[in-house]
Design a protein around this ligand. Sequence first.
Ligand SMILES: *Cc1c(COP(=O)(O)O)cnc(C)c1O
Length: 390
Amino acid sequence: MHVPPFSLSQQIAELGADLDTAVLKVLRSGQYIGGAEIQAFEQAFAASVAVPYAMGSNSGTDALILALRALGIGPGDEVITSSFSFFATAEAISAVGAKPVFVDVEPTTYLINLDLIEAAITPATRALLPVHLFGRPVDMEQLMLLAQRHGLKVVEDCAQASGASFKGRPLGSWGDAGCFSFFPTKNLGAAGDAGAVTSHNAELIQSMRELAVHGMPIRYVHTQLGYNSRLDAVQAAVLNVKLPRLPGWVQQRQEIACRYKQLLNNIEGLILPDQGHPEAMDHGWNQFVVRVRKGISEEPSRRDWLKQELQNNGVSTIIYYPIPIHLQPAYSDLGYGPGSLPVTEQLCDEVLSLPIFPELSLEQQQQVVDRVLQLMGETSKLEVEDRVTA
Ligand SMILES: *Cc1c(COP(=O)(O)O)cnc(C)c1O
């Protein structure tokens, strides 16, 4: 049996008839840009995030760009975020002309280290951009206090956290704007690229709506330079079919994560992700990311070895992310060298994402667990380096 890192086939089999009907309805309507499907999705998605407004966009990346632009962030401004994320997080900051400032993450949660933020604030800092990486909520209570104390805007990167919440409040409802991606592998996936921004602020949403249509508040009157970044009707129709299933899917992800936590407990050299206190948060578990501790001067790394051996045994895994954003060639001009964000860099050497998706069967998960136990058991006597105090 082969265990894929992610699969849509069961979901499509289950929802196929509804998806066919919904997509055909749009195709036959001729209404491909704008219209009822989009309005219905925006209303339903806003309600699911417990905010009054949501606006569909082309992608999660564009959602971030539109939110930053509408908040007036641009050249000369700095935005604090984490380098342990998908590249788009920082790319969006640069796309509006601002400068990303990276703060190191925590080794247990993989999230921005709130204790290090204040030291990174300068007179140019305008916003905090926390990433709810892998679906794990950032402590938004603490982060909002920090932002208020320093008069900063907050844009949440919720791309991996659809359906997750902190202290009973959905992610995307805490900051000035919540930016979501519906890339097919995210918790709520479209049939292509799509995204959304959520907000409590009607003016901010209106400003983003104008920016998303070429900075055009009135037809053919362009008051600013904008973008072409709309959610299209076919994607909205797909999302309308899938959105009601999101809470159930997130619950299935939580159950799978819980089983991994129990079954992979106490393996030397394998560190499991911190799941937080269940009463304080609903973790979205878009990914289940373990750390394979580096052996002393081993080449190739123990993580890469485990990944290859799992692959040889029918279990496909992925590395999110092998290179931190601050060390990407595109950001060489920012002046971060190796060693500047030690925890982030160590995580990039050690992380491995095990298969997780709502339809992962017990048998498939058992196979993953058996192979990991077998492989890590063989090498559990190896000494491991102690660079990061976990
Ligand atoms: C996927 C992702 C994005 C970008 O979303 P797209 O829809 O692919 O543009 C941004 N940030 C994070 C953390 C992501 O995982």
